[in-house]
Design a protein around this ligand. Structure first.
Ligand code: PNS
Length: 162
């Protein structure tokens, strides 16, 4: 059975992340969406709430082979090992992502050679979407109109309520 961990901070979950989850659910028998914290980034939503939003968004799409977990205090390769998966799934949108993912892939490969990193490139329509771009769009008059196209409905509701 093939299984993968798709890890990220998902603060906030975007349609780009949802594309990755959709592809991952089709490529692998099991997909674990793992919410971690990136110490370099300040979170808008806490991890349990991010988990709730991802679960709701995944349920709307209808994938039955996707689980959502929160992880902390472990390196990603250790977490992937603990989950007994053979793949780490990552998204690469541009050259900056590529450089970062290249280093991560090599380090994770050194520490856990039995786990392969699989990178997917999203289509151009969603390639410019990132959590930080979405957060940066919130505020000016009419932001709702722009932001609702970049995030799943449960996330849009949560942003609107904030
Ligand atoms: O979406 P992000 O912000 O790139 O996700 C970051 C996350 C949580 C996946 C990353 O920070 C992570 O893997 N953290 C666990 C610690 C770790 O493995 N760091 C990389 C060392 S090679």
């Amino acid at each position: 059975m093939s299984a993968a961990v798709y890890a990220g901070s998902f603060d906030v979950l975007t349609t780009g992340h949802m594309w990755m989850i959709d592809q991952g659910a089709k490529l692998f028998d099991q997909l674990i969406v793992a919410i971690g914290d990136n110490p370099a980034k300040k979170s808008m939503f806490d991890a349990p709430f991010r988990k709730e939003l991802i679960q709701k968004s995944v349920k709307e799409v209808g994938h039955m082979n996707v689980q959502v977990h929160v992880f902390s205090g472990l390196y990603l390769f250790e977490y992937a090992r603990a989950c007994n998966v053979n793949y780490i799934l990552r998204g690469v949108r541009n050259a900056e992502d590529f450089e970062y993912e290249r280093v991560m892939r090599n380090l994770n490969g050194d520490f856990a050679p039995e786990i392969q990193t699989v990178c997917l490139m999203p289509p151009r329509e969603i390639a410019e979407i990132s959590s930080s771009i979405v957060k940066g769009l919130i505020g000016p008059e009419g932001w709702e109109h722009l932001v609702r196209t970049f995030v799943p409905a449960p996330v849009f509701e949560a942003l609107n309520e904030r």
